[in-house]
Design a protein around this ligand. Structure first.
Ligand SMILES: [Zn+2]
Length: 104
């Protein structure tokens, strides 16, 4: 996976283009990510016994992975992601802009 939980990603197309947020969840089978505060949709929630909040609520909807780019924590830009192998055999992600390794 190019993107992991707690990464910061930038949306590259659609209504939220240019916005950034933190990945809450990666939905691997769907190739989508749930990003905090982005891609909000309105849900009409009926009141039930265990739901305190009724009416129209805003909720994040999963964004296709193809619509987000990882924001490199080193150069702070949306970047494509490459991979490197460390001497101990671990595979880490690397920013293709600044060539810094992202996971250390
Ligand atoms: Zn970078």
């Amino acid at each position: 996976m190019r993107v992991r939980q707690n990464d910061t990603v930038e949306v590259i197309s659609g209504r939220d283009a240019g916005k950034r947020g933190k990945v809450q969840q990666v939905l691997v089978p769907n190739d989508r990510v749930l990003v905090e505060g982005l891609n909000l949709v309105k849900r009409h929630q009926k009141p039930t016994a265990n739901m305190r909040q009724a009416g129209i609520i805003q909720k994040e909807a999963p964004i296709p992975l193809a619509k987000v780019m990882l924001v490199c924590p080193r150069c702070n830009k949306a970047a494509r992601v490459g991979h490197r192998f460390l001497e101990d055999g671990r595979k880490v992600r690397a920013c293709r802009r600044c060539n810094e390794m992202i996971d250390l």
